[in-house]
Design a protein around this ligand. Sequence first.
Ligand SMILES: [Zn+2]
Length: 549
Amino acid sequence: MTFPKKLLVIGLCSYSSALFGQAQAVLSHPFQSHSSLNLSSSHNLGDQPLRELAPGALEDLGLNSRFHLRSKEETGLNLYNDNKIESISYGFELDSVPVCDLEVKVHRSLDGQTTLMGDLPPNPAGQASKFVWADSASVEKIVSQTFVMASLGADSKVLSQEACLYTENGLKPVYKMVVEARGLIYEVVADGNEVYRFDPRHFHANGTAEVYEFNSTDGQTASLELPDMDPSGYLVNKNFQSCLPTTGGRALCKPGDGTANYPFAQKANLDFDYSPQTEISQFTQTSVFAHTNQALKWLKNHGYQNYGTALIKLLPHAVFSNGDINNALYQPATTTTTPMILVGDGDGVGLQNLGTDGDVVSHELGHHVVYHTVKTISGESLVLHEALADFFTFARTGDACLGESICPQDDGRSYCYKPRQCLRTAENDLKFGAAGLPTQAHLQGQFVSGMLWDMNTKDSIPMDHLVTLVLKGIDLLVTNSGYKHFIVALMLVDHSDFDGQYCSKILSRAKSRGLESKLTDVTCDTIVDNPTLTPAPTSSVATPTAAKS
Ligand SMILES: [Zn+2]
């Protein structure tokens, strides 16, 4: 008798729909055109106990008589807990040796519809009459080599092994092993020549990073959670991947693909507790990764939804053009590359501690948030980019000083707006169009971040509401939006989400920061009366350069 290899695969969703009255359609489906396979038609399965009739049914379906069934589990009908399908499951044995990888379940619903799930083992005829298992030394050797090649270390240990038959192109005598490497458990199926299966028997788990919560002025490190970590033990999860530079100036993101200038941080137990004194590179990699994750978590907690699915690559120890290391940078995705955040080390003269101060990557991630809508990197759009990237950092830390650990004590050549203290500050009186407004985009952005900071500290708009206004406001902007668009966007979100209660505060604060000339035709009434208001775009032009820190 022939039978399809996959008789039926039913996902959990089908089960739940089956329980809601579609049982007939879902469960009987594969048998409708193959009546010879229909258990119901060949057996009276309506009233006989399932465990008595299932073995005969499996034989009818083609199970070779040399196999013995190993009953594993039985679940009866239970009308009280809503279990309307009874089930029995089996493994297989051939000459007292178990089949490693197969299981079948026979399910019967209340109306007698019966379904087999799972594959039957292949016919053993034609196989060697006696299976011969490899000696354990050669099996352990190939397992050890596999772990080394997977960058999981040379000290893997086989904790247990069971001789069994693996069903790949017939039946193969193999060992199914539980192997420990660097504190994590793997399941391996191998013989003396080949590893057939090599699966982590653990799932994405949270890790921890021992880093400064904010920066080195904290004095001591704290445990920050690292969500959904990859089981490889490297600094990778679904949002970020830690990379390292190579001598050729490349970013190496997969440790096996080349040689990096620094050792990759890797902790199999996902507890990244490197010393800030003696393991500086790994501590820096961990800091950059942990701080970016922290910043993203905070944004998401405040309603940020546009992260996208792309993995953002992180590059600590980055070197920029002309050997500059006093910078950090966000590079948006291109058609062929994913976004990347690059962080230099600082030379201790211009800047310092860039990799361990959370404000640095927080600012760069802010560019990713703004870049969702504003893609022009010049003029007012660029200043807005820098200002909002700073604002998210100020709002999250509750601290108006950006990068308080990154300014060297010798201020002669430092880049810090407040020498020896802050790269930039939200506590400022800078005004658009007024004397003293810096021309450099980052520094000029302080008039916008300072304006937003004032809306909280002076105008008493709660910080959570202000962050919502800014995050949702960004969604309303266009590729070359400038100051006017931004203020109007804040007012529109205020109108839709906060009943317009902050409108006059937003408008008057914007005017006090020199934006009066930009807002001559904007009033709180025009926002209310004209919900489709579409302000004229600014005159900036697009350039392909990345948004620098
Ligand atoms: Zn920037």
